[in-house]
Design a protein around this ligand. Sequence first.
Ligand code: NAD
Length: 259
Amino acid sequence: TLSVADKIAFITGAGSGIGRATARKLAAHGAKVCLVDLKDRRSEEVEQQIRDAGGEALFVDTDVGDPERVQKAFQAAAERWGKIDIVFANAGINGTLAPIEEMPPDAWDQTLDTNLKGTFLTVKYAIPYMKQTGGSIIITSSINGNRTFSGFGMTAYSTSKAGQMAFGKMAALELARYRIRVNIICPGAIQTNISESTHPMASLEQIKIPVKYPEGNQPLEHGPGQPEQVADLVLFLASDASRHISGTEIYIDGTESLL
Ligand code: NAD
């Protein structure tokens, strides 16, 4: 069944978009949720909303690219609830969009540190809390990891998303012995605040390369998907209904990646 009642879920990027919708969804189905995000008002609002609805939530201000802070976030969740069952490695940024020639190495690092190293650290520090009992890890990659649909300048983003796919599959194989499942979700364009994290460099326009934001063109939806639709998929992957599924990439894009 699609039950996550009394499970403990650790969700990164929980203050906005897909992470926020998933935190609410899992909490509505009885999970206790650790909300991990950078310090901002939105995360505290999500925490309050879940509590007001009768759920349990704990916001921990954490940069997923920082090993010590990720470790401390797991400690905080485990101190509160004693275990971790579900991990949603979802925090991500679009970051700097630039032609390769112009891409500042620091900007490349920032995207890779958040999206890819952040995923590695989240999975790494989850293992001690999950290896006795097993559990479900879900990684948010993107259709960009396989197919660069959304315009030029996204080499760092697409590389990070492809890396998450490779990492997730290897992790599924490695962690099967602990009965920890790892699956990768690949959304197409979803209506969220991610464009706030987008920094196109002027040089992209100067060389007349169009920068298309991932608003998308999804034949099934006639527009971008909604975070709640992704949350439904995460609920399924978090629940025992998906107990024989691990190491899989699941596209949730209204056929966008087939265009
Ligand atoms: P969003 O911007 O609405 O939410 C992302 C959240 O991650 C934000 O709250 C942000 O503060 C947080 N975050 C960013 N850097 C962080 C860091 N270093 N440490 C902790 N938290 C951090 O965007 P979203 O669309 O909900 O993105 C969620 C995931 O979905 C990302 O991995 C993104 O790449 C992926 N994705 C999004 C789309 C889309 O069209 N929206 C498509 C495919 C994949």
